[in-house]
Design a protein around this ligand. Structure first.
Ligand code: SF4
Length: 280
């Protein structure tokens, strides 16, 4: 159901200007359907209903895609709502039937402001009506809110990112994100509802018990797991892991060598339990 408040003639009352301590900005986007690049090349289109993300993960690579330095530095303290996203998608002449559309690559489509504005939710029926296949990527349990709309897609894959087995570690690197338990509950609910699901362990953060973590992942019913590690940044405009996360990692001894070792260990436990066809 479209949240009409986004188009209220009195924006001051209809559009929240803050989300927690973060600023909420409203502006039109030049386009809403983008062609993916790089590692997302096997997808057909990407939609980012928002720019910026108040989950504020310390490692977020999406911060590097923001052109203004001040916004890069204030990453996590602002989010821009693309106010014309629904109209742009509705009016788009792109052929979407059978094409895979990712929500999202450079923002979280289910970040906290989405609970109030329902912009992501408003885009889903348009995609389903036009026969698109949907790929969802989020860190938020809010994703389960849209199960009713997910059922209207012919093909869908829902991925939740769960990066560690420890909430102490999670609070250091991604303090604004939901707890690990809530994310495990959400992805299990989605698997049990019959959707094809995946877990993204990226970037892999320190683990207390890789074997128990692997067992917990398998118990969710997901069909794929992706494991990724930090990418050291090579320059101020290079996409990679942000400095705040690298500083925490150094402090914790989460070195490249250690990361590769634990990633291999986790991959081994996952593949051992699922006949070597599970984790990439
Ligand atoms: S949830 Fe995703 S987009 Fe948002 S800050 Fe974290 S890594 Fe970046």
């Amino acid at each position: 159901m479209l949240q009409l408040s986004l188009f209220d003639p009195n924006p001051a009352s209809a559009r929240p200007l803050s989300q927690g301590n973060a600023d909420v900005i409203y502006s039109d986007a030049s386009a809403i359907l983008a062609r993916p690049t790089g590692r997302l090349g096997d997808l057909d289109f990407v939609i980012n209903p928002y720019q910026g993300c108040t989950f504020a993960c310390t490692y977020c690579y999406a911060a590097f895609f923001v052109p203004e330095e001040e916004q890069r530095e204030r990453w996590g303290q602002w989010v821009r709502v693309k106010t014309n996203a629904i109209a742009k998608l509705r009016n788009s002449r792109q052929h979407l039937h059978g094409k895979t559309v990712l929500m999202s690559s450079a923002t979280d489509p289910y970040q906290p402001i989405e609970a109030r504005l329902e912009l992501t939710r408003s885009l889903l029926p348009i995609l389903a009506q036009r026969g698109a296949h949907l790929a969802v990527l989020s860190r938020s349990p809010l994703v389960t809110r849209d199960i009713d709309l997910f059922r209207t897609f012919d093909r869908i894959n829902i991925t939740l990112s769960i990066t560690t087995d420890s909430d102490d570690i999670r609070k250091r690197f991604e303090p604004q994100c939901a707890s690990i338990d809530r994310r495990f509950e959400a992805i299990t609910q989605l698997s049990n509802a019959g959707f094809r699901t995946s877990i993204n362990v990226a970037p892999l953060l320190p683990l207390y018990d890789a074997q128990a973590f692997a067992r917990r992942i398998i118990a969710t019913g997901v069909s794929r797991v992706h494991i990724g590690t930090f990418h050291e940044t090579t320059g101020p405009f290079a996409s990679g892991t942000r400095q705040p996360a690298l500083a925490i990692a150094r402090e914790m001894g989460w070195s490249e060598e250690r990361r590769e070792l634990v990633a291999a260990e986790l991959r081994g436990y996952l593949n051992q339990a699922t006949h070597h066809r599970f984790a990439a």
